[in-house]
Design a binder for this molecule. Structure first.
Ligand code: NAG
Ligand code: NAG
Ligand code: NAG
Ligand code: NAG
Length: 398
């Protein structure tokens, strides 16, 4: 879910409500290998990659993937979406009477919780489900605080966070308590783990619901979960994750609009893909003239559900590797149908939403690839998801 925080960075409107995110921690991965003969003290500090199992929030289509972190002393489990489209940690607390998610985090039960004095609102520009955001309907009211956040048994003390004290009803369907931002600058628990010696990267294995076994691997890459080699491309966003794309192809065809270079944001917290109106129209023109804007929800498109099943809609997003070689990330036709509109169940919503001002892809692309989010080297790696369901035996830290 791309948040106002990230948009704020675009617009260079730094809100004084929001504390500056820490600077990236550059890590040369090779240099983390303990040289021969070095004291065992250093070696003892080496941490192993931490695997966090993820559940899929599935409502007819894969929406978001979430897992547990622990907050407080003693630790309370807090389920969060690991969201590369935002950069802060916020979750429901007992103070939120409008929130229906349980079990709520209870600050009174944590001896290390420090309540802050700032309250602010967080506006999300992409929502929880597939429907577009209408009239600012994804807004959280939050209070600042700090507490210990523990992931993989490693406690990070005094982590800045927000407790949700009010939320708009659009959040009520969430099967999780909150959102852990995983932007391209290390912050929160991740920054603390990196400081403690873990490589500054994480990997996402976001599988379709039918496959399962999704996970987040903090500080490592699991070679058993993908086929072939990872291809890396430069990350060019400041705060969010962005890679430059050279062209978009739909069903093997492209147009002058689709051949333009554009910077595409990768947002694990968003399921639909968002492109400017002209790009969206150019893409749909190559799929079917039956796909029309859905008037009731600006930015959304749809067509009669009876017609959608047979439509070919293969989208190839072309990027360049760090070596200058083109590579594609492909969204298969099966992603085109994101399900019937609530307000008109005979019309099915299609994957691409028009949204002027940014180009963004998320779960519908990421679930077909193993993805490496390399904060230390400011690059992203991709390889096709493997079918392998085996555990961590082949895991490696590069
Ligand atoms: C998170 O923890 C709860 C127990 O507090 C457990 O029921 C749930 O399965 C966990 N979720 C995941 C994705 O591991
Ligand atoms: C916690 O962090 C804040 C800044 O985020 C700092 O002002 C404060 O002194 C820290 N507290 C402790 C106990 O380290
Ligand atoms: C992976 O990289 C290695 C070493 O560069 C190369 O020998 C191998 O052919 C590559 N495999 C694939 C599937 O591209
Ligand atoms: C990417 O996809 C386009 C369209 O299908 C295709 O023409 C091109 O050869 C592909 N590029 C690579 C490197 O696979």
């Amino acid at each position: 879910m791309l948040s106002a925080f990230t948009l704020g960075l675009f617009a260079l409107v730094a809100s004084s409500e929001v504390s500056a995110s820490p600077k990236p921690v550059p890590i040369t991965l090779q240099s983390r290998k303990t040289p021969r003969g070095q004291s065992s003290g250093l070696r003892r500090r080496a941490l192993s990659a931490i695997s966090v199992p993820l559940d899929d929030f599935f409502l007819g289509t894969d929406l978001q993937w979430f897992g547990n972190i622990s907050v407080g002393t003693p630790p309370q489990d807090v389920s969060v979406v690991f969201d590369t489209g935002s950069s802060s940690l916020e979750f429901v607390s007992t103070e939120c009477t409008s929130c229906v998610q349980t079990p709520k985090f209870d600050p009174a039960k944590s001896s290390t919780f420090v309540r802050g004095s700032r309250t602010t609102t967080l506006d999300f520009s992409t929502g929880v489900g597939v429907d577009p955001v209408v009239n600012d309907d994804y807004v959280l009211t939050v209070r600042s605080g700090t507490d210990t956040v523990t992931v993989g048994g490693v406690p990070a003390k005094n982590v800045s966070l927000f407790t949700i004290i009010d939320q708009t009803p659009a959040f009520n369907v969430d099967p999780f308590l909150g959102i852990q931002g995983m932007g391209s600058r290390a912050q929160g628990f991740f920054a603390a783990l990196v400081k403690a010696g873990l490589p500054s990267l994480f990997s996402l294995f976001l599988t379709p619901n039918a496959v399962g076994n999704a996970d987040l691997l903090v500080g490592g890459i699991d070679n058993t979960k993908f086929k072939g080699n990872l291809t890396f491309a430069d990350q060019i966003g400041s705060g969010d994750w962005e890679v430059e794309s050279t062209q978009i192809t739909v069903n093997g065809k492209t147009t002058s609009v689709l051949k333009q270079r554009r910077s595409i944001i990768f947002d694990s917290g968003t399921s639909n893909i968002l492109f400017s109106t002209s790009t969206t129209n150019a893409m749909y023109a190559l799929i079917s003239s039956d796909i029309k804007p859905f008037k009731a929800e600006p930015g959304a498109y749809g067509l009669p559900c009876a017609k959608i099943g047979s439509l070919p809609a293969v989208i190839d997003l072309t990027f360049e590797s760090q070596q200058g070689t083109p590579f594609n990330l492909t969204i298969p036709s099966s992603e085109l149908n994101v399900g019937p509109f609530k307000s008109d169940p005979s019309t099915c919503q299609t994957l691409i939403n028009a949204f002027d001002g940014l180009d963004l892809v998320g779960g519908s692309v990421l679930k077909h690839y193993y993805s490496v989010w390399d904060v230390g080297n400011q690059r992203m790696g991709f390889a096709p998801n493997g079918e392998s369901q085996s555990s961590m035996t082949g895991a490696s830290v590069i």
